[in-house]
Every structure is written in C-alpha cells, then in structure tokens.
Design a protein around this ligand. Structure first.
Ligand code: FES
Ligand code: FES
Length: 165
C-alpha cells in the first residue's frame, strides 16, 4: 500500500510517496532522502541520536511514523547553518569541544536548538543537563555540551535583543 504525505523539510515543501506506511521518519530521512546527518543509535527512543525538530519541537525520529506527519514542518541537522556560517549552537559546540567522535552531535545540536526555543531551562547548568538528558554521548562530552548550550543561549538572546533594538 502506498501513501503520499506533504512535508516542509528544511524549509522546502516536499511531497513524498511512502512505499511502506510503517516507515519511521528516521528511515525515511536516511534511506529514502539521503539525509544521513540524523543518526540511528538505538532505534528505540533511548539515545537521542535521531533527534530532529517537528513543528519546532524535539522528536526522536526513530519513534515517529512518517505517515503521521502529513503537513508537518521538519528540521534536520542539514537545515541548520552552513560550513561557512555556523548556527550559534554549532559554533558553541566547536568552541567548547562538545564532541569527540561526533556520532551523537547532530542529535545533541537539534536537541539544544529545541531546548533553547522552549526557554525552560534558563541559565541553570543543572536544568540544562536534565533537559538534555535524552541525548546520550558514549564519549562523555557532557560538560562541553552543557557549556555550549549556555553560550549559544546567551548568543541567541543577545542577537534577538539587537534585532529588537
Ligand atoms: Fe532514536 Fe536512539 S535512534 S532514540
Ligand atoms: Fe562520541 Fe558523543 S561525541 S558519542
């Protein structure tokens, strides 16, 4: 059975035929659309490597059925920044050595962007650690991740104050 869905994917409207209506968003991204920046760690909602934003909210794409996302706005790591113009969260990850092997990093960055948009953690490192706790890192780069989120949050707040001024 084939099913068509419409998505806005990294800012571009797409109409996609799903050959298998049970395909997850993660497999659709990686195997059909060649967007392999989103990683498959556990494939069962436990590691956060597959985190993307759906309608601005953090989602484990391995747990999301693509068929349920008709009309959604999906942002993956490929839609964040450019090599010559990093997103403030990406720049802060570099500045704070917030990765080693990098496998978890796309998910960490998407989760950090979602967290900053949620504006729930403030500038409390403990609350940031808790809010990022769904994103596991085998390399143990947690200290750098927390520092990077704090710095990116400050940079984005300053940029938004400048825009408003
Ligand atoms: Fe989705 Fe681990 S691959 S949470
Ligand atoms: Fe290696 Fe996080 S940087 S798993």
């Amino acid at each position: 059975m084939s099913l068509a869905i419409s998505l806005t994917l990294n800012g571009v409207p797409r109409r996609i035929d799903l050959d298998d209506p049970r395909v997850t968003l993660l497999d659709l991204l990686r195997e059909r659309l060649d967007l392999t920046g989103t990683k498959k760690g556990c494939d069962r909602g436990q590691c956060g490597a597959c985190t993307v934003l759906v309608d601005g909210r953090r989602v484990n794409s391995c747990l999301a059925l693509a068929a349920s996302l008709d009309g959604a706005d999906v942002l993956t790591i490929e839609g964040v920044g450019r090599a010559d113009a990093l997103h403030p969260v990406q720049a802060a990850f570099v500045a704070h050595d917030a990765f080693q092997c990098g496998f978890c990093t796309p998910g960490q960055i998407m989760s950090a962007i979602g967290l900053i948009r949620e504006a729930q953690a403030g500038d409390d490192p403990e609350r940031i650690r808790e809010a990022m706790s769904g994103n596991l890192c085998r390399c143990g780069a947690y200290q750098g991740v927390t520092e990077a989120v704090l710095e990116a949050q400050r940079a984005l707040a300053a940029a938004s104050r400048e825009t408003a001024a």
